[in-house]
Write a new protein. Structure first.
Length: 98
């Protein structure tokens, strides 16, 4: 099982608002976390931040401020890129067996 990093809601809101994420979007993320027993997978969190317009270096800084080391952050982005490649490949190629 992976590591768990804990932050208060107030600190979390301050952290994300420092990256120009709107209060509405921060509340949306917190609501999703509340539905998941106040937890969120780091990959899902990174994907959400990307959808909100944060760049990879900004997301890396968010993770660093949460206490996640650079090797783990690099591995997260590798996994995200692999998932993106796999989903794109699946849309481009259709294989069937006869």
């Amino acid at each position: 099982m992976g590591a768990t990093f804990t932050i208060t809601k107030i600190e979390f809101k301050k952290l994300l608002s420092g990256f120009k994420i709107s209060e509405k979007n921060i509340d949306m993320i917190i609501t999703q976390m509340d539905k998941s027993y106040k937890h969120m997978n780091a990959l899902a969190f990174a994907e959400q931040l990307q959808k909100l317009g944060l760049k990879q270096n900004e997301i890396s800084n968010v993770f660093r401020r949460l206490g996640i080391d650079d090797i783990t952050i690099s591995n997260l982005f590798d996994i995200l890129e692999e998932d993106r490649i796999r989903s794109t490949f699946g849309r481009l190629v259709d294989l069937s067996l006869e």
